[in-house]
Write a protein that binds this ligand. Structure first.
Ligand SMILES: Cc1ncc(C[n+]2csc(CCOP(=O)(O)OP(=O)(O)O)c2C)c(N)n1
Length: 918
């Protein structure tokens, strides 16, 4: 759909060719060409268009030129919109001139509007109308949308002004009141707390009336909730005016007062990161919940967290029962971005990429770029390679509207269009709100150091409120005195509230409503053997006519024997029984990850594919007595956004065990800000809880530096105040129990699980039915083989996970016991001490690990393990030496290192002086 100069290519042959295409399939040519040929056919009196062309080619070329101009205005009109309130000229485009299409402005008057699909007047009237619609107040970009029906909808909606109805005088006065509040609050804070950071909204004040319009229209379209995420810019204003946070509370926070923490672990967060909730009653009486989710400074990382939470809340309940249906109109997700952050931060692209995937869609997110034309002190020319800040969204076929933030009426119209589009097509929509930033990046920052001319222009420019007020005066809706009075009224009200607030200080602990950390309750997690056998059968009962891949069917058939006498329950099997039993208990399950349906190591096969028909079947979705829902999706190739999404989902779905599996644990660090900023610290900062599970394949098996280590050390370093559980289960039954424990855990905190690779099917690791039908997760497992030789043991070695099987592949010397620490955080001090005490003649306690000494659990374990010996012993380290890279790249070096570690563990300790204990 390119627009090319008519003089060069619109010769008769070309028109004839286009006509041929039109005859074959009208949809194959642009709308204006369609109109042109219809017209040509009409005036040709039934003769073919090419004959007509031959009859009066000069005239018809004028028609074709006018048609091409119409197309160009629709497509490139946005380039001529004066978007910058500060008055910089739009770039414009040659295609927007008649000359580009081989005609003149005067020619347009000769072409009837009918030729262009319009009813009255001439092409001059049509282009004047279209210039007004496409190049005056809003810049529309929708030509990049693949669906013809959607492009048509935009043309129709815009050209018939369906949604950009003008505001009534009353609405205009209400907008002035709103802008007076928005502007008044910023000025008041600016006067009362000079230079204190507030990340003022000034210059993009329209955001607040836009959000008002969004809430109203989304509510009318069926939303019971609007869920918003935004960064620092304008947040205090949104918190007060959209979320109803009382002014007094904001003032107290500026005065340095805050609600007393209800627990030591609530260290809190700065005021422009906090979330809030409120309910707004719409003019039609309908109540809409509004939520602003808390977020860290890390720009844009909150995007997938918000969409994940929104998806969880879009689930449809029938009575008390959860269904697998979603109602995307019930919850409208809104993401507010910065103009530097949107093109710059990769998580934005990752989140947009998830927007249409079945496992992640939320039926469209409304995006607003609060475009103040600068990122901190960086100009757009240094911040992005694209013309617009929004161009990334084009690749995802998201419609975009650019709007000048000084034209609040157009801003509201853009929002109405966005909500209407989302409601109809259930897809993302983006508004690029082009304004400016009245002050420095924050209010203590001097912007003229770096942007002197820009800031001279800003200083001379009236505020959005003044611009709007002047307009209303011009239109005779208000007098200048009315406009001033509105400003004074707000200032006086704020003054009074501040004076009052200084007298009282409410100790309000409402926000987000989380409870203080409590010790983890260790639940019995065994499931009756008969129930497990029944579930096992149900998982193997596939529909008539369905067959699984023969090799797979054979493997799965073996699960019948594994729950019997023969034993041999492997990792994947234990997982499916844990899931099945939880579903029967009423817990829902959502598992995602790259290739998660099959499992990276081909061990899960939660989704079976019929080799003859290709049909898929997911046994866990067909359990006859399931009370919960089972969802599983292969994720897109992302870590940050997909983990963020599951984290967010989990914050909003306390009825669901949400698991994210890394392809290899090594890749989880791509998602580091989700782990650091959300999972580890959310409760401490915002009283927010999640029980998301990270499944991280980990273990040294000679696969090189990026397929060995999930960086256990990082998680242990992040652990404090009961913020999460970090475990490294070594048997399928341990995995079974910890999953079940997690589903029932209270408080809900994340679970980080080191997961096996070779161990997945290792016969020595396999579990038996009785291991699942009784008991619970054991934080430490003693050496059973040493039970009748405890007196002989001189060295007790503690290790984790898969290394245990390397160490015990051969029979160990009688004076060595090898115990496994299965839960590292919280550290099971009591159980470890008890094990040390079981061996009366121990002279050495050692920690063995596969990871280099500066990695793995060693630094974390050493002081704790020593404390478990009553600080009586130094703990011996056995493992790889300190390394820059986590694992060897050569299989042979790996094998040598592994063999050395095993040998070091099993080497009979020299008779050390018992004094070492003292
Ligand atoms: C991931 C990340 N990197 C860097 C920063 C530091 N930082 C805070 S605001 C900002 C500029 C943001 O510019 P823009 O997106 O245009 O938003 P604005 O502040 O102009 O509203 C930067 C670099 C951050 N908060 N997060």
């Amino acid at each position: 759909m390119s627009t090319t100069p008519i003089t060069s290519v619109y010769n008769d042959g070309y028109i004839a060719e286009m006509y041929e295409s039109f005859r074959r399939d009208p949809a194959s040519v642009d709308e204006s060409w369609r109109q042109f040929f219809r017209f040509a056919e009409q005036i040709g009196g039934g003769a073919s268009a090419t004959t007509t062309v031959a009859a009066d080619p000069v005239y018809l070329r004028k028609v074709a030129g006018a048609a091409a101009l119409v197309d160009a205005i629709r497509q490139y009109g946005h380039l001529a919109v004066p978007l910058d309130p500060l008055g910089s000229a739009p770039s414009g485009a040659a295609e927007l001139t008649p000359e580009f299409h081989g005609i003149t402005e005067a020619d347009l008057a000769l072409v009837p509007a009918l030729a262009l699909g319009f009813d009255v007047g001439t092409a001059a009237d049509v282009t004047s109308l279209l210039r007004d619609l496409y190049s005056s107040t809003m810049g529309f970009e929708f030509a990049h949308i693949g669906e013809e029906g959607e492009r048509e909808w935009f043309r129709e909606t815009i050209e018939h002004e369906r949604l950009s109805r003008h505001l009534t005088p009353d609405e205009k006065r209400a907008v002035l009141d709103r802008l007076s509040e928005v502007d008044g609050l910023e000025r008041f804070i600016g006067r009362a707390w000079v230079n204190m950071k507030r990340f003022s909204i000034e210059g993009t004040d329209a955001l607040v009336p836009m959000l008002d319009a969004l809430i109203e229209d989304a509510g009318a379209a069926g939303a019971r909730e609007v869920a918003i995420a935004m960064a620092h810019r304008g947040r205090i204003n949104v918190l007060t005016h959209i979320l109803g946070k009382p002014y007094a509370k904001i003032f107290e926070e500026f005065d340095g007062k805050h609600a007393a923490a209800s627990a030591e672990s609530e260290t809190g967060d700065v005021k422009y990161h906090l979330g809030a909730r409120t309910t707004r009653t719409l003019p039609n009486g309908k109540a809409v919940d509004i939520q602003l989710v808390p977020n860290p400074s890390h720009l844009e990382v909150v995007n997938p967290v918000l969409t994940g939470a929104a998806r969880a809340r879009q689930r449809v309940m029938v009575g008390e029962k959860l269904t697998s249906e979603l109602d995307p109109l019930a919850v409208a997700p809104v993401l507010v971005h910065g103009d530097a952050a949107f093109p710059g931060e990769g998580v934005v692209a990752e989140t947009l990429n998830m927007s249409r995937l079945r496992g992640y869609t939320v039926g469209g997110t409304i995006h607003i770029i609060v475009n103040n034309q600068v990122g901190f002190t960086t100009d757009p020319t240094d911040a992005r390679s694209t013309h617009y800040a929004s161009d990334l969204a084009k690749g995802f076929e998201i419609p975009i509207v650019h709007v000048n933030a000084d034209n609040v009426e157009a801003c509201i119209a853009a929002m109405r269009l966005g909500v209407a589009y989302r409601s109809k097509f259930k897809k993302d929509f983006l508004i690029d709100l082009v304004g400016y930033r009245r002050h420095g990046h924050n209010e203590g920052d001097e912007p003229t150091f770096t942007q002197p001319t820009l800031y001279a222009a800003i200083k001379a420019h009236p505020t959005p409120r003044q611009v709007w007020g002047e307009r209303l005066v011009r239109e005779g809706i208000l007098t200048a005195e009315d406009v001033q009075a509105a400003e004074r009224a707000v200032a006086q009200r704020l003054e009074a509230i501040y004076d009052e607030s200084k007298k009282t200080h409410e100790d309000d602990q409402q926000e987000n409503g989380g409870a203080a950390a409590a010790p983890q309750v260790i639940a019995e997690t065994g499931v009756r053997a008969e129930q497990l056998v029944a579930l096992n059968e149900q998982l193997l009962a596939w529909p008539t006519g369905f067959s699984a891949h023969p090799r797979l069917a054979k493997q799965l058939e073996r699960r019948r024997e594994a729950v019997g006498e023969a034993g041999g329950i492997d990792w994947g099997h234990a997982e499916s029984l844990a899931f099945a039993s939880l579903l029967a208990d009423g817990t829902s399950i959502r598992l995602t990850g790259q290739d998660g349906e099959r499992g990276t190591f081909s061990h899960r096969h939660a989704v079976l594919h019929d080799p003859n028909t290709g049909q898929a079947f997911t046994p866990l979705q067909h359990l006859p007595n399931a009370k919960g829902i089972f969802e599983i999706y292969n994720s897109p190739l992302s870590e940050t956004a997909v983990l963020g999404f599951e984290y967010g989902y989990s914050t909003a779905a306390d009825d669901t065990l949400v698991l994210w599996e890394a392809q290899f644990g090594d890749f989880a660090n791509v998602a580091q800000p989700v782990i650091d900023q959300f999972m580890a610290a959310d409760r401490a900062k915002w009283k927010q809880d999640s029980s998301v599970v990270m499944l991280l394949p980990h273990g040294y098996e000679g696969q090189g530096p990026e397929h060995s280590s999930a960086r256990l050390e990082r998680f242990l370093q992040l652990s404090a105040e009961g913020n999460m559980t970090v475990a490294y289960p070594s048997t399928p039954s341990q995995y079974f129990h910890i999953l079940r424990r997690q589903a029932k855990a209270d408080p809900r905190r994340p679970l980080i699980l080191m997961q096996p690779k070779s161990l997945l099917r290792l016969p020595q690791a396999a579990s038996r039915l009785e291991d699942l039908s009784s008991g619970r997760f054991m934080p430490v497992i003693d050496d059973q083989s040493a039970a009748d030789r405890r007196e002989e043991v001189q060295r007790v070695v503690f290790c984790t996970g898969k290394l245990y099987y390397d160490l015990t592949a051969k029979e160990r010397p009688a004076n060595i016991a090898i115990a496994r620490v299965e839960e590292l955080y919280p550290w099971p001090a009591e159980q470890v001490s008890r094990i040390v005490d079981l061996y009366p003649n121990v002279v050495e306690v050692a920690w063995a690990q596969e990871e280099p000494k500066n990695m793995g659990a060693w630094s974390y374990v050493a002081p704790r393990l020593r404390a478990c010996t009553g600080n009586a012993m130094l703990i011996r380290y056995i493992g790889r030496q300190e390394r820059a890279s986590p694992a060897e790249g050569y299989v042979q070096s790996h094998q040598e290192e592994q063999a050395r570690i095993v040998a070091d563990v099993l080497e009979v300790p020299a008779k050390r002086k018992a004094a070492a204990r003292a």
